[in-house]
Ligand binder design. Structure first.
Ligand code: COA
Length: 260
């Protein structure tokens, strides 16, 4: 069954997920979030998919946030559930076990910015604007923004963005490390796919362990993170791909990884 608000296209081991509500700048309503949850589960289980790219339909927005119309009448407890539900979906992006790239093509505000923060990497078009404008609505970021933004760009820059609610330009986002690079709009998806292909040539299990080490390690002490790194490093020595990678290097040929 095709999704109503998401388009999933997979080619050459790369899944491209497009948010498709351009009339409301791809705002995330409940239906979209539920579809995203379902889509992520399929992508997690599909070993043929190695990298996932997210983008927005149209030329104005990646995702302009949660759908304000839908949450306006929430009670206190409904609002808490709403926040936890979105957080769980974005946690699924972060712990998908495969790299994710946010290809930001315009506004990435509120939940859109928070979704991009849950991705492994972000690239953006020159006219993109990223921000957490929730305080302008009398609320606070609820899909992980208060936690992931300071972890990525540092407390001072994050607090300036969160407390003013003002979006930053793509240039500013690049300067503070919020996006990895800026590319012309027409090149956005080709560049995202080229980046994905540079990852796909590497050993799948090693890529998976790198994601796990960085993601989990950042929430632990340095000693705990280093122990995790050593454990995962050791585990790569039990893989066929480790033998193949080293052998290919010695034989001066490209490695043929199988994911085992
Ligand atoms: N939820 C619901 N609808 C949204 C939306 C959101 N987060 N963001 C934009 N839209 C809708 C607008 O209501 C408008 O619908 P309409 O044509 O039926 O009036 C349409 O998308 C186009 O947006 P509009 O505001 O007319 O475009 P703009 O160019 O003047 O401004 C933004 C663009 C992104 C600056 C502005 O739409 C905005 O501030 N959106 C809300 C961003 C936000 O606060 N996100 C966090 C939510 S927690």
């Amino acid at each position: 069954m095709p999704y109503e608000n998401l388009l999933l296209e997979t080619t050459e081991s790369i899944a491209l997920v497009t948010f498709q509500r351009p009339k409301v700048l791809n705002a995330l309503n409940n239906k979209t979030l539920a579809e995203l949850e379902d889509c992520l589960e399929k992508l997690r289980q599909d070993d043929s998919v190695r990298v996932v790219i997210f983008t927005g339909a149209g030329d104005r927005a990646f995702v302009a946030g949660a759908d304000i119309g839908e949450f306006a009448s929430h009670s206190q407890s409904q609002a808490r559930d709403f926040s936890m539900c979105g957080q769980a979906v974005f946690n699924s992006i972060e712990t998908l076990g495969k790299p994710t790239i946010a290809a930001i093509n315009g506004y990435a505000l509120g939940g859109g910015c928070e979704m991009a923060l849950a991705c492994s990497m972000r690239i953006a078009t020159p006219s993109s604007r990223l921000g957490l404008p929730e305080v302008k609505l009398g609320i606070i970021p609820g899909y992980g923004g208060t936690q992931r933004l300071p972890r990525l760009v540092g407390k001072g820059v994050a607090l300036e963005m969160i407390l003013t609610g003002e979006p930053v330009t793509a240039e500013e986002a690049l300067r503070v490390g919020l996006v990895n690079r800026i590319v012309p709009a027409d090149d956005l998806i080709p560049v995202a796919k080229a980046l994905a292909k540079k990852i796909i040539v590497n050993a799948p299990i090693a890529v998976h362990y790198c994601l796990e080490a960085v993601h989990q390690g950042l929430d632990e002490t340095l000693d705990q993170g280093l122990l995790l790194e050593s454990t995962l490093f050791g585990m790569t020595f039990a893989t066929e791909d480790m033998r193949e990678g080293v052998k290919a290097f010695i034989e001066k040929r490209p490695a043929r990884f199988t994911g085992r």
